[in-house]
Ligand binder design. Structure first.
Ligand code: ADP
Length: 367
């Protein structure tokens, strides 16, 4: 509580969006979340003025960081004016395409790993895909954009905070040869869950722009699960080379994966393909493979949906255990059968990216 009071006191010295009214007296200050020594703040602004108000954002962040006892500060600009008000309506596809897609300097490809719903193994797939791409010789980063339930701290067993460079950008953490960034490195999980849609994009934008990713062949983005406004905004405002959709066998035949695919298609992001996770079961004691849901259906479904089938990953104890232990299977046992399944997935994703060229190719025509 004491920290929050100090934070508000410092913010009262920072002029708000109109340039005169202190932030604390303006209606723009919509959220101040303090968790331990981490502070996250949202300032609601007119999206058209976001660029002009960047100095204000930086001033607010510097003010918060100067409060004794504050370890890290994250100030985001949101377009959600009224606290608790409904998120602004999304513009139609044409208007969306006219928005600038955010590239990341030095990063050749940005790939989204997405799912139609939570719990299908999206994060597990994203981290092992990233490790597989790194093993293929690429320079790889992973951005955990799942601000509602960041999993990268657990998957990579990273608990330290990213350092601040002299140019004020954050240095990504590193593990198993990957550069890694997650909202979970900056705020506690319980703070992240109170964030509303517009704040999500603002935080992700910052993790793309204010992190020194360096030269990368690919940045793998672990998307928030589902196909709501936050996901759509992310898909339309980041310069994605393509998307990998993760599905379980049951969902492939159902609506969820299709919803994920159509979301990317709506905003002109190429679908690199579908991965079938928890595809079959491998008995940990005898190694026997059981095709619990039958076999071959996923490939047929992918073909029916007109997208590439990137492969199947078994439901295996070793995959969950290694993830929980902070050394995902591709790092723990790259030459084992599961490690090889992810290596094959990575090879297909790499080939799809190389075939598509280096520049993202939005299919929607500007008006
Ligand atoms: P999501 O990101 O879609 O919510 P997670 O990647 O967090 O899903 O996975 C949910 C749970 O399922 C985790 O406990 C994870 O370890 C486990 N899991 C994911 N894929 C597999 C797999 N192929 N085999 C065994 N467990 C898996």
């Amino acid at each position: 509580m004491a920290i929050k009071d100090d934070v508000l006191a410092r913010l009262s010295a920072v002029p708000g969006p109109d340039g005169t009214t202190p932030l604390t007296a303006s209606a723009a200050l919509s959220e101040v979340v303090v968790t331990g020594d981490k502070v996250a703040i949202a300032i609601a602004v007119d999206p058209a003025r976001a660029r002009d108000l960047e100095p204000m954002r930086q001033a607010a962040e510097a003010a918060v960081r100067a409060v004794p006892g504050v370890g890290s500060a994250l100030v985001t600009l949101t377009s959600d004016r009224e606290p608790g008000a409904a998120a602004p309506r999304m513009p139609g596809p044409r208007a969306q395409a006219a928005q600038t897609r955010l590239p990341v300097e030095g990063v050749r490809h940005i790939v989204a790993v997405a799912s139609g719903k939570g719990g299908v193994g999206k994060s597990t797939t994203a981290i092992n895909l990233a490790l597989g791409l790194a093993a293929s010789g690429w320079r790889v980063g992973i951005l955990d954009a799942d601000v509602y339930g960041p999993s990268l701290p657990r998957l990579l067993n990273l608990t330290q905070r990213p350092g601040l460079l002299p140019d004020k950008r954050m240095a990504p953490l590193e593990a198993h040869g990957l550069k890694a960034m997650s909202i979970g490195f900056l705020v506690e999980e319980d703070a992240a869950v109170v964030w509303r849609g517009p704040m999500v994009m603002s935080a992700i934008r910052q993790m793309l722009r204010d992190v020194a990713w360096g030269e990368l062949d690919v940045l793998v983005v672990d998307m928030p699960p589902g196909t709501g406004d936050a996901q759509l905004t992310l898909a339309q405002s980041v310069a994605l080379s393509g998307a990998v959709v993760v599905s379980t066998p049951q969902d492939l035949a159902l609506i969820d994966a299709r919803r994920g695919i159509s979301m990317f298609e709506r905003v002109g992001v190429p679908i690199l393909g579908i991965v079938e996770n928890m595809s079959y079961f491998v008995c940990p004691s005898c190694g026997t493979r059981c095709d619990v849901f039958g076999h071959g259906g996923a490939r047929a479904d992918a073909e029916r949906l007109g997208v590439r089938f990137l492969g199947e990953i078994p439901l295996a104890m070793a995959i969950r255990e290694t993830s929980d232990a902070g050394t995902p299977i591709v790092a723990a046992d790259p030459a084992g059968q599961h490690g090889l399944a992810y290596a094959a997935l990575a090879a297909r994703v790499r080939a799809a990216l190389e075939a598509a060229g280096t520049a993202p190719t939005p299919r929607i025509v500007f008006e």
